[in-house]
Ligand binder design. Sequence first.
Ligand code: SF4
Length: 383
Amino acid sequence: MADSRPVSDDSGPTSQPTAGGSADSEDEPLLVVDELQTTFYTDKETIRAVDGVSLDIEAGETVGLVGESGSGKSVTARSILGLIDDPGRVEGGSIRFDGHELTDGSWEQHRGDLSIVFQDPINSMNPVYTVGNQIREALRIHQGLRGQEAREEAISLLEAVGIPDAPRRLEEYPHQYSGGMRQRAVIAIALACDPNLLVCDEPTTALDVTIQAQILELLDDLQREEDLGILFITHDMGVIEEIADRVNVMYAGEIVETAPADRLFDEPQHPYTRGLLASIPGRTAEGDELPTIGGEVPTPTSEPDECRFAPRCPAAFDACERIHPEHVDVSSVGTAGVETTDGMSGAEGTRGMEHTAACLLHEDRFEQSPGAATFEANGGDSQ
Ligand code: SF4
């Protein structure tokens, strides 16, 4: 739901790398996140939950953020919305929304422009207020609507998200809605804030596949009508294939690959992305065991001087243990690491669009292990 909690003083950055306030936003994407650093300080350790993340979203575009649980996706979303609580802090990098820097403490001024839809609709709504009350409250705060005007707008929002008999449903409580209808209602509350950017944090994970498909279609329709920018967070590569225009793959606090969606699915260049894609049901031959990525996502507790994926990577070689890979342009690299002749090798329509990966396999200066060569030759399958 749209979260209207005040921004804690603690969520402000300790450094301010870019100037705040309005800027020349004409050519800038709706959202530009640059080298974002969000850290949690506990008695035992310092967790670099978001460690130098950069991404951008244009108006009317859906950008996916994918990765396993614990990779930092939700902390990235909450950082963008200014919802990091103690003991966490956004302490570095820049978040520019519509030309305005947010990390200088300006989240509250843009609260209605950025809305979030969480995974669990029952916990996103207040059980003691009717759905109508909750939509009208958002309309009052963010659009200044009251009385009959607010009621009519609330009805039209419920209708827009596909809830039948909206005038009656408005007066019901969240527990009287089914799971799919609750998620639609949460989206209606988010839309009541009249946002330009909608952050969807695993919004379909708790729903069955039929309802999931309906919610994805709803988001698609709303985006086209409202020209919304959407950041869609999920661990489900199947969902991201369906909805995203571009995709960022996140691992242990870092983005390790970014590409247009069709290019990422056709020509993944990071071993982690390949592992995620290989584990989508239906991609393996019938009767074959579904491949998995062994091990778990590590908790990033220090500045990396290695590849954080190395302990789990089937293509790891010596240098991976001592050098932290930077993003390199892999737009012209094909599936088996072969340079293509025309500068691209993915699906139609990806020419000139950026595809980068943070993996030493793509840096010529290293002599790789035979295992890495086999991995490449097999198109990312280490078997
Ligand atoms: S840098 Fe090395 S360990 Fe990391 S993903 Fe690439 S090959 Fe694997």
